[in-house]
Design a protein. Structure first.
Length: 244
């Protein structure tokens, strides 16, 4: 898979496991005896990227000690100011990288390497600046909704900002992307934190790219478990059923 040497992976792994009622870094939460991050790293390594950048923060030494390896560059996010801010830190190790950058969440453990490969293939086929993984959920709850016009992605709307009609949309943003490196880091510098949480969101790049007339692509997974993150003990229990 040498073709993927012009692919790098960024994994967001800086968060606390607050709602897990543990002081562990969230990505070290065990699932079937293995830390959540180990599942994500396995999928990332499956595509044979040029580099894996892991963004660490809360109790970072615990994460780096557990996962230190030649193919991983650890980058610290301090303080933690949102997903956009997290990925922006990776420019420290990817400033000279020219290719496609896959962004994954260290607490979304059931993503498959085959799905990442589909994302990359669709991204390149469409010559998109940004490709997002989506799926349909019967109860999308607090997930961001993907809006479309004529079948094409028209934007991303956070649940708290959505209209009643938009809340009826079942297609959600899974938070897993492929970006052209030439788009990603300059675009992240344009993201602001004018929102209720005062954070910089990676999702803002969808609306920015559409507004600027760039091609934005979406790939829908039929396996909903790939989209689900671990925020609570109940989430963990639900996902463990899908672990092989």
């Amino acid at each position: 898979m040498n073709e993927n040497k012009n692919v790098a992976v960024v994994i967001m792994a800086a968060g606390k496991g607050t709602r897990m009622r543990t002081d562990l870094p969230k990505v070290l939460t065990p699932m079937k005896g293995r830390p959540l991050l180990s599942y994500v790293l396995k999928a990332a390594r499956g595509i044979n990227p040029a580099l894996i950048a892991v963004i660490v923060g809360h109790k970072r030494d615990m994460v780096t000690d557990r996962f230190k390896a030649d193919d991983i560059a650890f980058v610290t996010q301090e303080p933690q100011l949102g997903t956009g801010h997290a990925v922006a830190q990776a420019e420290q190790v990817l400033a000279d990288f020219d290719g496609d950058i896959v962004t994954l969440s260290g607490d979304v453990p059931l993503i498959k390497k085959e799905t990442i490969e589909k994302l990359i293939s669709a991204h390149r086929g469409a010559d998109a600046v940004l490709t997002v993984l989506t799926c349909d959920l019967d109860d999308p709850a607090s997930y961001g909704r993907i809006t479309r016009a004529g079948g094409k992605i028209a934007g991303n709307v956070e649940a708290k900002d959505a209209t009643a009609d938009q809340l009826n949309v079942k297609e959600i943003n899974c938070g897993i992307y492929v970006f052209k490196s030439s788009f990603l880091f300059p675009a992240l510098k344009q993201v602001n934190n004018n929102n209720a949480q005062g954070e910089y969101y990676l999702t803002d790049l969808i609306n920015m790219a559409v507004a600027d007339g760039h091609t934005v692509c979406g790939v829908k997974t039929e396996d909903r478990a790939e989209a689900l993150g671990v925020n609570t003990a109940k989430d963990l229990e639900a996902l463990e059923d899908g672990v092989k």
